[in-house]
Design a protein around this ligand. Sequence first.
Ligand SMILES: NC(=O)c1ccc[n+]([C@@H]2O[C@H](COP(=O)([O-])OP(=O)(O)OC[C@H]3O[C@@H](n4cnc5c(N)ncnc54)[C@H](OP(=O)(O)O)[C@@H]3O)[C@@H](O)[C@H]2O)c1
Length: 272
Amino acid sequence: MSKVLLVGCGHMGTALIMSWLNLKSYTFTIVDPYNFNKLKKLLKNKKINILKKAPTQKEMRAFNIIIFAVKPQSANDVLSEYKNFELNKNIVIGSIIAGKKINFFKNKIRNANQFVRIMPNMPALVRKGISCFVSNSNLSSSNKKKLNELFLKVGKTVWLKNESQIDKATAVSGSGPGYIFTLIHGFEKAAKKLGFSKKQARDLITSTILGSISLMQETKKEPQELAKQIAVKGGTTEAGINNLKNNKIDKIILTTFKSAYERAKILGKKNQ
Ligand SMILES: NC(=O)c1ccc[n+]([C@@H]2O[C@H](COP(=O)([O-])OP(=O)(O)OC[C@H]3O[C@@H](n4cnc5c(N)ncnc54)[C@H](OP(=O)(O)O)[C@@H]3O)[C@@H](O)[C@H]2O)c1
């Protein structure tokens, strides 16, 4: 049985814990002083220990995995609460906190030597997320397997080689659902301006997006090839695509990723 401590259980922590509830070979303890009452209600009758503050030294020694899931802005203060504990010698310290480097955790939690950064994304809530990982070289294969197993419960997993890749993954897939929802909102707003009702706009846009992704997956064709097939010369799609190109859609996407990546680096530097 592996004992997991989840520190911080807001949006992402809740998405994770809801999918982990049925895992037989793990037990879970959550610490969240601010969401305590909400979590008690949500997880009523579930075999989960919910705490208002950090566990005691005796409790701490029993954990095999700790996952920090607080906001980057609170990371420094929260980690300080955990720095003096004696820990299980095989413990792995995981973090889903955007930007915070492995060194940050190493400097704070000196009684551990296995560290993993994980970047999930919000579709984890419906088990369709994608989580990227990077670890220090001390990570044991059994801890790697366990973390992988946990995050497979909320979607796909991808192990990366270095930390700069995880900051980039933060910009692409971690923040990605935020861009997609912003685009969907924009598509819907525009469809409504053309005269569709809210419901019609939602149906047209969501079916188009879902259908296009399925088409790409099932045909295994490149998106550009599929776009070309639809955009016959002189046709409507070509006119629309030309407008996207004239407005430098590729540049907008690249600068969107770069802005998020720069932000991840800045968040990582604050309090190191
Ligand atoms: N949301 C996403 O899509 C997403 C995707 C990938 C990664 N992440 C990362 O996941 C982390 C959490 O994001 P989130 O959206 O879940 O944030 P969130 O909803 O604010 O959750 C963080 C939780 O930690 C609580 N907390 C604060 N101090 C604490 C303490 N001392 N001990 C235990 N818990 C404490 C917070 O309470 P208060 O709110 O009252 O402070 C909050 O409930 C962030 O670092 C983010 O970079 C998020």
